[in-house]
Design a protein around this ligand. Structure first.
Ligand code: GDP
Ligand code: CA
Length: 314
């Protein structure tokens, strides 16, 4: 079964890892948010692509969920000796990725091509595609004024109220040939349990993406990133609330209304079933928290079975 999964960082990467284990090699394509990419010291950093890539290639730091495992920070230490403010943590091994990516982009390769090279070398068994090749930047509207995403997320620790989200550059972006081909050939399309506002919405907002999704007859299933009204990690719950959505699985289902056929919610959220089904969305209730590799694979198998059932119905 050919599966395309739309993903952000940590939450998306966990489900993607389970899918990679549950599917035959080559059946999984992950389309990753690049709207939180940014430049630092002349290097192009792609946090969500790297999180997915490191996780699927088994290079990820299991404690943080981002970065490379068994990492050291000597370069960053030296950069701080030079007087730079090192609020964004870049490990020595991780830096190698950014140096090579930046160099290859500068030589004229697309982000899709560069990512494919990195993924192949690291040995992930899935295809990992950036949502687009053009640079897009998430700018948040806060009480402090417009704020770049990584400043909000890392430097200021997500303490600001998000009142609006701008995807700078998105109108000049376009769906890539690789993403188009993957979606056209998909038997199942998944929206991973990633932040619906700053991880999944940018992917959906790439010009051509919605049309390609709507043109696909494959069932579309979202896995709720909100469990018991809360995000397991990160600011998704507070962001949903401050932007006028409900911080619940139903609130997420409403954002995806018209696009998804099915939604996977945690057992603590079974009371929301009727409300979600009223949106025309079928519901699978299961243990949706992924604590370890076993959880990921089990959840992935359940999601795949649910998707196959939905395909049988339509
Ligand atoms: P980021 O780019 O690192 O912020 O990561 P994402 O946007 O992919 O992930 C943030 C979301 O992932 C949060 O809303 C979390 O609740 C969700 N998440 C993280 N781990 C899990 C999990 O094990 N299960 C589910 N259902 N959601 C998760
Ligand atoms: Ca992210």
């Amino acid at each position: 079964m050919k599966v395309v999964a739309l993903a952000g960082g940590v939450g998306g990467a966990k489900l993607a890892a389970g899918l990679q284990d549950a599917l035959p090699d080559g059946d999984l394509t992950v389309v990753v948010n690049t709207a939180d990419d940014f430049d630092l010291w002349g290097l192009r950093i792609c946090p969500d692509l790297d999180t997915v890539m490191y996780t699927l290639a088994d290079f990820a730091n299991p404690v943080t969920g981002w970065g490379v495992r068994k990492e050291s920070f000597n370069s960053l230490g030296m950069i701080s000796v030079y007087g730079e403010d090192c609020w964004f943590k870049l490990g020595d091994k991780d830096l190698a990725t950014h140096i090579l990516r930046t160099n290859r982009l500068r030589e004229g390769a697309s982000l899709t091509e560069v990512t494919a090279g990195l993924v192949e070398a690291l040995g992930a068994r899935a295809r990992i595609l950036p949502m687009c090749d053009e640079p897009v930047a998430t700018i948040l509207d806060t009480q402090e004024g417009p704020m770049e995403f990584q400043v909000y997320f890392v430097r200021r620790g997500q303490k600001d109220d998000v009142r609006g989200v701008e995807l700078r550059g998105i109108e000049d972006a376009q769906i890539t040939e690789s993403v188009s081909v993957a979606l056209a050939g998909a038997d199942l399309i998944l929206l991973c349990p990633s932040n619906p506002i700053v991880s999944i919405w940018p992917v959906l907002a790439v010009p051509g993406m919605r049309k390609a999704l709507e043109a696909s007859p494959a069932p579309k299933v979202a896995v709720s990133p909100i469990i018991g009204g809360r995000a397991l990690k990160g600011p998704a719950d507070r962001m949903l609330s401050s932007l006028g959505h409900e911080s619940s699985a139903t609130g997420v289902a409403r954002i995806y209304e018209g696009l998804i056929d099915g939604m996977v919610v945690d057992l603590v959220d079974t009371a929301e079933r009727a409300e979600i089904e009223a949106l025309g969305v079928r519901v699978l209730e299961t243990e949706a928290v992924m604590r370890d590799a076993e959880d990921r694979t089990r959840l992935a198998r359940e999601v795949l079975d649910f998707g196959a059932k939905l395909a049988g119905r339509s």
